[in-house]
Design a protein around this ligand. Structure first.
Ligand SMILES: Cc1cc2nc3c(=O)[nH]c(=O)nc-3n(C[C@H](O)[C@H](O)[C@H](O)COP(=O)(O)O)c2cc1C
Length: 235
């Protein structure tokens, strides 16, 4: 028996993993898979998708930083790091960050602590690479409550993109991105001719909601952005 629903009972925190490419660009992504794995010496691991720009940078340099997200962090911070690729955008322009002693950028905005990690081992885990390394720097940035994955889902109503470790389990959630037909039904347009003429595209994650007007309190089911982040598209 392999009931993937059982995996939903695993608990995680939420982190921003950052690194520098060989040519000096700052990259980073959200991960729920960072954790301490040994005390002496202090060791940590993170599991990152092979296609992430951040993964490639860590493979090139053998080091990364991790910042612990606070419950105070908003989707304005989490959205770009979790849904955009560093090859397409500079995620650091609007975000307070510093360089650790090893020169790796780490995020300060919305974060409680940061670590820099020197990679000792890599495990090929199929879609992801598990990086295991020694924590060589650690710093407390602020007081507060660390954000858990459960809080992210329940309070921020955040979603998980395909490259995250836990995506497969979430794919069967009832409110995943609807097909065109499903969206039309959702919008109350079940009969031919009454389907919506317009859709609304989230400028952050690209999700398209197919309805003529979005309610004022609408939030993107993929990345949590509000109505003002949507642009109208003709269907
Ligand atoms: C809540 C959440 C958790 C995530 N966890 C992981 C993870 O553990 N591993 C991973 O590879 N990607 C994870 N992601 C997806 C990456 O953050 C995302 O694919 C990002 O756009 C990659 O950026 P990059 O290409 O600049 O590295 C997660 C995203 C979110 C929103």
């Amino acid at each position: 028996m392999l009931d993937k629903k059982a995996l939903r009972d695993l608990s995680y925190g939420l982190y921003i993993i950052t690194a520098t490419t060989k040519d000096g660009r700052k990259v980073g992504c959200i991960a729920n898979t960072f954790q301490q794995v040994a005390s002496e010496p202090p060791m940590a691991s993170v599991s990152l998708n092979k296609e992430n720009a951040t993964t490639q940078a860590i493979l090139e340099t053998g080091e990364f930083a991790a910042s612990v997200l606070s419950e105070e962090a908003t989707m304005d911070l989490i959205g770009p790091f979790g849904f955009k690729c560093s090859r397409d955008v500079d995620k650091f322009t609007q975000v307070e960050h510093r360089l650790c002693e090893a020169g790796i950028p780490f995020v300060i905005s919305g974060c409680l602590a940061s670590f820099s990690v020197e990679v000792h081992d890599r495990v090929d885990a199929g879609s992801h690479i598990l990086f295991v390394g020694q924590v060589v720097e650690a710093e407390k940035l602020a007081e507060g409550t660390p954000m858990t994955y459960a809080y992210y889902h329940a309070v921020l109503r955040g979603k998980t993109p395909p490259k995250a470790v836990s995506y497969v389990e979430e794919a069967s959630e009832p409110n995943e991105q609807p097909s065109a037909a499903e969206a039309a039904v959702n919008a109350g347009a079940t009969e031919e001719g009454s389907a919506p003429k317009y859709g609304w595209r989230c400028k952050l994650c690209g999700y398209i909601e197919m309805m003529d007007e979005l309610p004022d309190d609408y939030t993107c089911p993929i990345c949590g952005m509000g109505k003002d982040m949507f642009e109208r598209v003709e269907l």
